[in-house]
Design a protein around this ligand. Sequence first.
Ligand SMILES: [Zn+2]
Length: 266
Amino acid sequence: MSLRLFSLVSLAIAVMIGSGCATSPTGRSQLMLVSEGQAIAASQQAYLNTVTELNKEGKIVTDPAVVRRVQGITNNLVAQAKVMRPESAKWAWEVKVIDEPEEVNAWCMAGGKMAIYTGMLNKLKPTDDELAQVIGHEISHALANHTAERMSVAMASSLGVTLLGVATESNELAMTAGVVAAKLALELPNSREGESEADAIGIELAARAGYDPRAAVTLWQKMGQVGGSAPPQFLSTHPSPANRRQRLQKLAEKLMPLYERARAQR
Ligand SMILES: [Zn+2]
C-alpha cells in the first residue's frame, strides 16, 4: 500500500469515526458518516476539480442564450431555497451547463454546486416550467442533505474496493477521500424515500418561484419516454418511488393556489 493510499484510507476512517444517524426533513433516518459541513467542503473541491477538467476539454457551455435560461431559472429557485432553508443563503450556489449531448443528466452537490447536461435540454426539450422541476428537484436533494447521505454510503460501501480503485486511477494528489466520495456520490442512486422527499420539496420550490407544478408530472413522463438504446443516466440516480405520477399529481393540485399567487406577483 502506498503512502498516499494509506493516508486516503486513514482519512476516510477518521471521517467515519464521527459516524451517526440523522433525521431527514420528513423524519426518515439517514446514515451519516460525514457532517453536512464536511460534505459541503468536499463537494466544493470536487466541483472545482470537475469544472476545471471539463473546462480544459471545452465542455462548459458558454452560449449566452442557454446559460441565461438555466441561470435565470436557477436564480428564481435558489431565492426560494433560501427562504425555505435560511442557512443555505451562505452556500456558494453555482450552476454550469455541461456539453454532453447524449447525457440526460443533472445533479446538485452539497452546498448547491450544480450541473445540467445538454442531453437533458436537447433530448427532453423541457419547457421552462419543466426545467424548473429538474433543477428544483436537484436543489431539494442538497437542501435535504441527501448528498452527505450518499457520500456516507459511498464511504461505507466502497472503502475496500471502489475508493481505492478511483484513488489509484487519479492523478490528483490533493484529492482526499471526501472529495472522492463527493464525486462517487453523484453516481449512486438516491433511495426511493429520498426521491419522494426531493419530489415534494422540489415541486413546492418551483411553485413558490412561479413555475407550474403540473410540469412535474409531464417532466417525469418525458423522462420515461426519452432513451432509445440506453435509459437516461438521470433515471439510474433518481429511481422512481412508488406511485410517483399519482403523488406528483396530488401535490400539483395542492400547490396550484401557491403557484397562482407567485405568478401574479411576478
Ligand atoms: Zn432525485
